[in-house]
Design a protein around this ligand. Structure first.
Ligand SMILES: [Mg+2]
Length: 285
C-alpha cells in the first residue's frame, strides 16, 4: 500500500505520474461534496484537471436523480460540468438496457422513481404495473421509496417467468442527512431470495460504468485514475478494471477502516481530501 505522507513537502515515490493519467474518474458524495457542502479542494482539483486538458467523468451510484440535477448542483459549487461528464448508475442502466433489450418499445417493470424513469426515457419503454398479467422483458430495480407488496410480487413473478433482472446498484444502505436508509440492495435481496435468480448490477463496485467511460475516452484502463471515498465500491471497481486508484478520507472511510482492510483492496494512493490529493499529484512533479 502507498499511503500519502501527511507532510506534502516529503512527497516522493509517487506510484505513477499524473502525466500518465488519461482519464480522471471521480466519485461525488464524500469526494466532491457531502450533502450540500462542497469538500475542501474540490473546485480547485477539478480546475487543475481541466487545465491539463484530460477527460474527466463523475461516477455515482445514484438512482434517484437525473444527470441534469448533478450538472446544476456542481455548477452551484463552482464546478462547471457537461451532462456527458456525469455517469449515474441510473443513466448507465438506460445505456445497458438499450444494448440488451429487443424491440422498439420494450416492456419494463420498474421499482424506482422519476429520476430513473427520465434516464430510461430514450428506450421509449412501456411500463407495466403490478397488476398487469403480461411478463416484462426486464425487471429494473432502483431506489423506490414507495415499494410495497404488490410491486414485489410483480417483480418476483416476472423474474421467475424469465424477465431480465437488473439492479441499478446493489447498495445495502444509502446515506441521508441524519444517518442511513435501506438501499436498492435490500429490494434486490428480497427478489433474489424469492426467485433464486441473481441480478445483474450496473452500479459500483461492478465495472459497467467505468468501462463505459473508458470506452468513450479511448484510453487504456491502466491510464485511468479512479478517485473515491469507499473501498468496497469506488476502489474495488477501479481495481477490477486495472485502473489506478486514490482513496480520499473526506467521506465514509477512515484510516482505521483502511488498516483492517485486506491488502489487495488497498488503493494506490490515500489523501485526506481532494486538496491533499492535488498537492500529492501535482506539487510532487
Ligand atoms: Mg462516495
Amino acid at each position: 500500500m502507498k499511503v500519502a505522507p501527511q507532510n506534502e513537502s516529503s512527497v516522493k515515490g509517487l506510484p505513477f505520474s499524473v502525466d500518465d493519467i488519461g482519464l480522471f474518474a471521480v466519485d461525488l458524495d464524500g469526494v466532491v461534496y457531502r450533502g450540500d457542502i462542497v469538500l475542501p479542494g474540490a473546485p480547485s482539483f477539478i480546475l487543475r484537471v481541466r487545465e491539463m486538458g484530460r477527460p474527466l467523468v463523475f461516477v455515482t451510484n445514484s438512482t434517484l436523480r437525473p444527470r441534469g440535477y448533478y450538472v446544476s448542483k456542481l455548477h452551484a459549487m463552482g464546478i462547471p460540468v457537461e451532462p456527458n461528464e456525469i455517469i449515474t448508475a441510473a443513466h448507465a442502466t438506460g445505456r445497458y438496457l438499450k444494448g440488451v433489450l429487443e424491440g422498439a418499445s420494450p416492456t419494463i417493470f420498474m421499482l424506482g422513481e422519476q429520476g430513473l424513469k427520465e434516464e430510461l426515457a430514450n428506450l421509449k419503454p412501456r411500463y407495466l404495473s403490478p397488476d398487469d398479467e403480461e411478463v416484462a422483458q426486464a425487471v429494473v430495480v432502483g431506489l423506490d421509496r414507495g415499494v410495497n407488496y404488490p410491486k414485489l410480487c410483480k417483480a418476483v413473478r416476472d423474474v421467475m417467468e424469465g424477465a431480465l433482472f437488473i439492479g441499478v446498484n446493489g447498495d445495502p444502505i444509502w446515506p441521508v442527512e441524519n444517518g442511513f436508509m435501506p438501499g436498492v440492495g435490500v429490494f434486490l435481496s428480497a427478489i433474489e431470495t424469492a426467485t433464486g435468480v441473481s441480478p445483474f448490477i450496473v452500479g459500483k463496485p461492478n465495472t459497467y460504468m467505468l468501462e463505459m467511460a473508458i470506452r468513450e475516452c479511448g484510453c487504456a484502463p491502466s491510464q485511468v485514475l479512479m478517485i473515491g471515498d469507499k473501498i468496497d465500491s469506488d476502489i474495488m471497481m477501479g481495481h477490477k478494471v486495472g485502473a489506478k486508484t486514490a482513496l480520499v478520507l473526506s467521506g465514509v472511510t477512515s484510516m482505521n477502516d483502511l488498516d483492517v482492510c485486506p491488502t489487495e483492496m488497498h488503493p494506490h494512493l490515500v489523501a485526506r481530501d481532494l486538496a491533499h490529493l492535488e498537492a500529492i499529484l501535482f506539487h510532487s512533479k
